[in-house]
Design a protein around this ligand. Structure first.
Ligand code: HAM
Length: 428
């Protein structure tokens, strides 16, 4: 036997048994974002590497360590998207959709980051991405949070907490950055290797350090919230007031800095305790400078992305994942003529009852085998199409999960007969 080819590490299959939860989540999302006036836009999985370098920042972990970058046959440097915001913005610019216009957009799809795989952290994962472009906020900031809070309610997910912060403008952040570098330099001997590396390039990310050794130093660091410019402070206060008005609970986490460089002002994360270290299920913020930085006309924007795998995990934990779909009717075909005539009969029934799921026994087998398959299919009702009954113009019906016996139904009234039998079994 030839060697089996293994799946690529960190890249998962989603087997049929898990699909119902995914489809339930995707349906809830599509209905909700549409109800808030968002339109779907689809963008490529592959972009020029320069897009992510410029948008996300060369010094971030995502760009520095985690991108799937390759050279195309034409010699271009291309990258599998590690996130969707850069591509969405690129698409707005390429399609000349800005020009003073406003857009509320969403997309769902796979993202790729070469991280160390563990529960809730994968190399191919899926995001719902939501972006509101052309709005200065803070109303849209708060509305986006209300949308995400409503999604948790719709899904029946309870144990998620909202953390918010403001990163101010690039100018106020630059001044704060200097302050912070000064503070960490004073404590350089106590910094771990990761933080020492970040000190030169991305010192704000030290605040995000999960290392126990760093906690005391981080706790003593100056806070960005205390060094905000007046407009950013006003924006943040108005945003928080709206959240209170909407009844959305939140915590201000002055050390929430996010791992991508494009953020300004409002940032937020929905976190959960239940999935271990990988606790951010939905995160985002405002990126007022990004569009201009990518060559578009200066346009404020805000958005978030939700980690679909993590939310599916929460759905399963909360017992909210719907069971896999099962057929309404399993069709047993007994006899040579029934084998073909029966299939034709079911095709006509599918025209009459398009909302019903019929599963026909394919590939033959004796009655015992076919009844075993019917049982395994979990269908509540079996139709038995057999040569003798066909000659008499009838087929037999038998409930599979109840002890009531077999009955006969004239073929001419089969659609109504099936509906009646299913109704009697409590199948809507
Ligand atoms: P992010 O925080 O990098 O933001 O990712 C958003 C969410 O994607 C995370 O909260 C997490 O749930 C999920 N996620 C990230 N990495 C992984 C992974 N390796 N495996 C599984 N799930 C993961 C962004 O991507 C921004 N583009 C969000 C945004 C949109 N900001 C403005 N607009």
């Amino acid at each position: 036997m030839p060697d089996q080819i293994q799946p690529v590490r960190g890249m998962n299959d989603i087997p049929p048994a898990e699909i119902a939860a995914w489809q339930f989540l995707e349906r809830c999302i599509a209905e909700l974002v549409t109800a808030y006036g968002y339109e779907e836009m689809r963008v490529p999985l592959i972009e020029h590497t320069a897009l992510f370098k410029r948008a996300i920042g060369e010094l971030t972990d995502v760009v520095g360590k985690e991108m799937y970058t390759f050279e195309s046959q034409g010699g271009e440097s291309l990258t599998l998207r590690p996130e969707a915001t850069a591509g969405m913005v690129r698409a707005l610019i390429s399609n000349r959709m800005l020009r003073g216009q406003r857009h509320k957009l969403w997309c769902i799809g796979p993202m790729f980051r070469h991280e160390t795989p563990q529960a809730g952290r994968y190399r191919q994962f899926h995001q719902l991405d939501v972006e509101a472009v052309g709005f200065t906020g803070p109303d849209v900031d708060a509305e986006l949070i209300a949308l995400s809070a409503r999604l948790w309610r719709l899904l029946g997910i309870e144990h998620v907490r909202l953390q918010v912060n403001s990163l101010g403008t690039p100018e106020s952040r630059r001044a704060y950055r200097e302050l912070l570098v000064g503070y960490f330099r004073d404590h350089e001997a106590q910094l771990d290797a990761d933080s020492r590396r970040r000190l030169g390039g991305n010192p704000l990310r030290i605040l995000d350090s999960k290392s126990p050794q760093m906690q005391a130093i981080v706790a003593g660091a100056p806070l960005l919230t205390e060094h905000l410019d007046p407009q950013s402070r006003e924006h943040f206060e108005a945003f928080c007031a709206l959240l209170r008005d909407f009844g959305v609970e939140y915590e201000i986490n002055p050390r929430l800095v996010r791992g991508l460089d494009y953020y300004t002002r409002t940032v937020f994360e929905w976190i959960t305790e239940s999935s271990g270290a990988q606790n951010a299920v939905c995160s985002g913020g405002r990126y007022d400078g990004l569009i201009a930085q990518l060559g578009g006309e200066p346009t404020p924007a805000i958005g978030f992305a939700l980690g679909m795998e993590r939310v599916v995990g929460l759905l399963v934990q909360a017992g909210r994942a719907p069971p896999p779909a099962k057929p309404d009717v399993f069709v047993i075909l007994s006899g040579d003529r029934a084998g073909t005539a029966g299939l034709g009969l079911i095709e006509r029934l599918r025209n009459e009852l398009p909302h019903r799921r019929f599963e026909c026994n394919l590939g033959g087998g004796n009655l015992k085998t076919q009844f075993r398959r019917a049982d395994r299919s979990a269908a509540p009702l079996a139709l038995i199409v057999a040569d003798d009954e066909l000659d008499r113009g009838v087929v037999a019906m038998k409930p599979l999960r109840q002890d009531s016996g077999q009955s006969e139904c004239p073929i001419a009234q089969l659609a109504a007969g099936i509906e009646q039998a299913l109704a009697a079994l409590g199948v809507s």
